[in-house]
Ligand binder design. Sequence first.
Ligand code: NAD
Length: 231
Amino acid sequence: MKQIKQKVVVFTGAGISAESGIRTFRDSDGLWEEYNIRDVATPEAWAKNRELVLEFYNKRRKQSLEAKPNPAHKALKDLEKKYDVIIITQNIDDLHERAGSKKVLHLHGEINKCRSTVDETLIYPMKKEGIKLGDKCERGSQLRPHIVWFGEMVPMMDLAYEVASTADIFIVVGTSLVVYPAAGIINYVSANIPKYLIDPNEINVSGIKNLTIIKEKAGIGLPKLVENLLK
Ligand code: NAD
């Protein structure tokens, strides 16, 4: 008889890609790679200066293409040997996919895709040169990055809550847990299951039961945890 694998749900943030050379949001003091986040990652920014927004995301995409998965991304792939692993990521890079992880849910969008500004279901792979002003969708509207900006609804949130609520083991890696609604996901996880949080810095998590805090960088802490879970 085929054995049903336990489900591990992993919630990742910018910190898991830090050792791949992609700077986090928090570590840059709300300035993400020298830009004020309000000037580039909000609907207001798009209304005010489309060129600047496109420049910012075209640079993020170039940087993400140059980066490589690190031991933390690879450890999550290894975890699939024994578990049904579902990654819920706040990251827009594709380093989980490039490490080989099969089930990845991007809460805040994907840097390698673009979409229509009049119909959010019209999503396209990004062209090599990125998006330019004047690039249009099949309905004739300007293309925008396939990114959930600050202040926009997070369409995948309900699915993410559902996935989190069915976890047998829950792991949080490299997120400051300050960007909502994503950060609220931990409240949907069953109180009784084992939970792990990996981050080199202090994270404000109070009242979470069965939580083990591993105060290390993802590239060190996650391979060690995965090794233990695979035993
Ligand atoms: P955040 O920047 O708010 O927090 C990053 C967390 O990672 C911090 O708690 C920090 O202590 C921790 N960290 C730093 N180095 C680490 C390491 N080596 N190992 C483990 N943890 C480490 O990030 P967030 O909580 O993901 O929220 C920021 C928002 O900005 C997200 O919505 C995300 O979409 C976006 N963002 C994405 C990327 C990316 O795609 N790689 C990068 C920056 C920001």
